[in-house]
Ligand binder design. Structure first.
Ligand SMILES: Cc1cc2nc3c(=O)[nH]c(=O)nc-3n(C[C@H](O)[C@H](O)[C@H](O)COP(=O)(O)OP(=O)(O)OC[C@H]3O[C@@H](n4cnc5c(N)ncnc54)[C@H](O)[C@@H]3O)c2cc1C
Length: 395
């Protein structure tokens, strides 16, 4: 049957861009809907209805990925600079460095000059800084899958890091296993979009918006937690749930794309050779087993899903502190490993308000949550070491 991709339900399209990459005629582009989420748009004047875009669509298909990991670890880079500038334990950088050392290329999400987020290809260690750190917004994969395929066919090693749906999409696009492909999927609870983020940055910064030099959602100068900052030309502005409705709603899970609430990757179907997340609530006992580590600077949970992942992690073991853990221990404080985010009752109201009245509806809703801010602020004032002691006593 001759056909092309159509979006029958928003919850069935994760915006991964596999269809864009699969179309040899360039008939598909990603376009924003009224809320700012990207969906494929087919130019029917160019489309010959070959159906490749339909075949490559992986989000609705079941049965791929790892069902049960080989091993689970707590891990952190021994390099303090890497650790400080990464979101959790800096393991992504250590794994990526190994690929670069072997003459390979690394794909990940980086800010563009005008602060949209795109997947780019990096070929030297210095440029890894562009990829480092979690950006809490959807990254546009652009034509990165096609470029990754070209490099793989040239027999170069390729590392691809992204959300589980992006890693799954890359594999569907490639159609076959490549022994030189190394993948990392992130523990992910969902993504809002660039339009919402930009509206929010304009609100937080006002006339300083044009002076943004960098955005960090996880600035460790405030400790290992969910607090960020915006670097301006010669100053820094705090960026967190206390001053940003976007950040606040992101953490509450209220403004994700519809497909995130329908994510099929949390528990099973892990897509990466390795899955990385924050090891929230790590026990004092496990920190001790890791040896020489400053846990206040962040620890990653590492799920090793394939034998390739096992060898890859082993190849960087001299550069990281590592201790064996279990899925059970990791998911105790990381619900993203058990089920997708559930939309709260306010989700629809908030989204419809945003579509009808723009960003002002975010601000109006945000004021009602002042109690949550206060509780979060008080919790954040408790030093990490004290929190860990309390957790250990309670568990
Ligand atoms: C949207 C999002 C939600 C997340 N939610 C959780 C969660 O609920 N629980 C949890 O434990 N961990 C979550 N994480 C993962 C966590 O924040 C760290 O990214 C992970 O622990 C790896 O940390 P690291 O220190 O090894 O490397 P880092 O240097 O912090 O990670 C960098 C890698 O992440 C990739 N990346 C950054 N932003 C994006 C993006 N928007 N889309 C695709 N790839 C991206 C970069 O390309 C790079 O390869 C989330 C990450 C993202 C991006």
């Amino acid at each position: 049957m001759r056909k092309h991709i159509t979006i029958e339900s928003a919850k069935l399209c994760c915006g991964c861009g596999a269809c864009v990459n699969a179309c040899a005629l360039g008939a598909i582009t990603m376009k924003e809907d009224e809320a700012g989420f990207i969906y494929p748009f087919v130019d029917t004047a160019i489309c010959v209805e070959c159906g490749k875009c339909v075949d490559v669509c992986t989000f609705t298909k079941k049965g791929d990925g790892a069902n049960g990991e080989i091993a689970v670890y707590a891990a952190a880079s021994k390099n303090e600079e890497v650790l400080k500038s990464s979101s959790s334990g800096g393991i992504f950088t250590e794994l990526a460095k190994e690929i670069l050392k072997n003459g390979g290329a690394v794909f990940g999400a980086a800010w563009t000059d005008d602060f949209t987020l795109e997947h780019i290809c990096v070929e030297n260690e210095q440029d890894l800084t562009k990829l480092r750190g979690s950006k809490y917004v959807q990254s546009n994969t652009g034509t990165s899958f096609s470029l990754a395929k070209k490099l793989l066919d040239e027999e170069r090693q390729v590392c691809f890091c992204g959300t589980p749906c992006q890693v799954s999409a890359l594999k569907a696009f490639l159609k076959k296993d490549y022994k030189n492909l190394f993948t990392v999927d992130l523990v992910c609870h969902g993504v809002p979009n660039i339009k919402m983020l930009k509206d929010d940055l304009k609100n937080v910064l006002n006339d300083k918006y044009s002076k943004i030099e960098n955005i960090s959602f996880r600035d460790k100068s405030y400790g290992w937690g969910v607090k960020g900052s915006i670097k301006l030309d010669n100053s820094k502005v705090k960026y967190n749930a206390g001053n940003s409705p976007y950040y606040f709603y992101f953490l509450k899970g209220e403004v994700y794309r519809e497909s995130c609430y329908n994510c099929r990757y949390p528990l099973e179907n892990r897509q990466g050779d390795i899955t990385l997340g924050d090891y929230w609530g790590i026990s004092l006992d496990l920190i001790e087993k890791m040896g020489d580590v400053n846990a206040d600077l962040g620890v990653s949970c590492v799920l090793v899903n394939t034998e390739k992942g096992e060898k890859w992690l082993d190849s960087v073991k001299d550069n990281i502190s590592l201790a064996k853990s279990s899925r059970q221990a990791v998911q105790k404080r990381n619900h993203q490993l058990t089920a997708p985010s559930a939309p709260l009752p306010e989700h629809k109201t908030l989204l419809n308000g945003y579509i009808e009245n723009g960003y002002s509806s975010f601000k109006a809703g945000y004021k009602k949550h002042i109690k949550d801010h206060i509780i979060r602020t008080i919790k954040n004032m408790i030093p990490a070491k004290v929190k860990r002691k309390i957790n250990d006593l309670l568990s």
